[in-house]
Ligand binder design. Structure first.
Ligand code: HMG
Ligand code: MG
Length: 285
């Protein structure tokens, strides 16, 4: 098994979408430009969702227009529907992502659709993207626990992940959206999913609400997962405030992976710089 692990940087999207303060586009651009020097291959920088639902992501087109694109870096955007897809393509996103849930409660709360309806919404996006050879990533949320429906059945995660894979998502990112997963529940979930989707097409996306994200990453490494989503500075919540954590912090994942003997290709000094920048952008800083 390869000793190389990729971290997909989420800070400018998953991190900033949770901030209470309206962050100026110039600050978002400065963060992305700093991250572009760190050695990431993929950075999620934008989200073309309804500004009524997520006002923090308004201005995503301006962010994509304003950043200095580093060669070899793919700048990604979330697209919940065809409107978002059209806007993302017009803004020059290098890849897009559709996002589904393994639980009905979160699907309804997040995108106002059942799981089945959301998949139907994604089909034309995947067809249109295939026609212009635009890579599409897929997310499955609530892979172990849902804030509305409780524990998630691993077979249900496997079914949704397989559906996205078969529709053409080049990678499916498995989200512990509320950070309640444990190494045991993550391992059970992965055992079910890897029966239906090759592990080389999977990524782990773990929020750190309970401080177990690094343990969950280690459990996932043991099952062959080699891509993990993370956000510099633990953006999206405070890693020191129980119950308020967001994405697992990129610099913590980097240090943990290096400690385990994996290579990420990232420049730690730039990560620290970006983490300080991200911390300064927080509402509570
Ligand atoms: P809806 O209200 O059912 O949709 O929302 P609608 O078609 O009735 O549209 C409502 C209004 O939004 C309309 O405007 C539309 O034009 C507009 P109005 O006529 O009222 O003025 N609209 C849009 N505007 C801009 N861009 C668009 C767009 N679509 C409609 N693309 C909808 C359905 C999907 C749009 C909504 O529920 C939505 O935007 N949800 C996004 C929620 C979200 O972004 N959540 C966070 C990202 S997911 C996540 O964080 C999880 C992840 O990190 C993995 C994990 O951790 O598990 C990925
Ligand atoms: Mg997330």
């Amino acid at each position: 098994m390869s000793q190389s692990v990729e971290i997909f940087e989420m800070g400018p999207r998953d991190g900033l979408q949770n901030e209470k303060r309206a962050i100026p586009v110039a600050e978002k651009i400065a963060l992305v430009d700093c991250l572009s020097r760190a050695g990431f291959r993929r950075i999620e920088v934008a989200s073309f969702v309804s500004p009524k639902w997520v006002p923090q992501m308004a201005g995503s087109g301006e962010v994509l227009a304003g950043i200095s694109r580093a060669p070899g870096v793919s700048y990604a955007a979330l697209t919940p529907n065809m409107r978002g897809y059209t806007d993302a393509v017009a803004a020059g996103a290098d890849e897009i992502a559709v996002f589904a849930s393994a639980s009905e409660g979160f699907s309804r709360a997040n995108i106002n659709a059942s799981i089945t309806e959301s998949i139907e919404r994604f089909k034309p996006i995947l067809q249109a993207a295939a026609a212009i050879k635009l890579p599409v990533r897929g997310y499955v949320s609530c892979v172990t626990d849902c804030p509305f429906d409780g524990p998630t059945d691993p077979d249900q995660v496997a079914l949704v992940a397989e559906t996205l894979h078969l529709l053409g998502c080049y990678e499916v990112s498995l989200g512990d959206t509320i950070g309640q997963g444990t190494p045991e529940t993550i391992s059970k979930m992965l055992s079910a999913v890897t029966k239906r989707v090759p592990v080389s097409h999977l990524a782990g996306h773990y929020h750190d609400t309970s401080g177990r994200a690094l343990d969950n990453i280690e459990a996932s490494l043991a099952q062959g997962v080699r891509v993990f989503d993370a956000a510099v500075g633990g953006l999206g919540g405070c890693p020191y405030a129980p119950g308020a954590a967001g994405n697992v912090a990129t610099e913590a994942v980097q240090d943990h992976l290096v400690g385990l003997g994996y290579e990420t290709g990232l420049d730690r000094d730039v990560l620290v710089e970006a983490a300080e920048m991200a911390q300064a952008m927080r509402s509570d800083s």
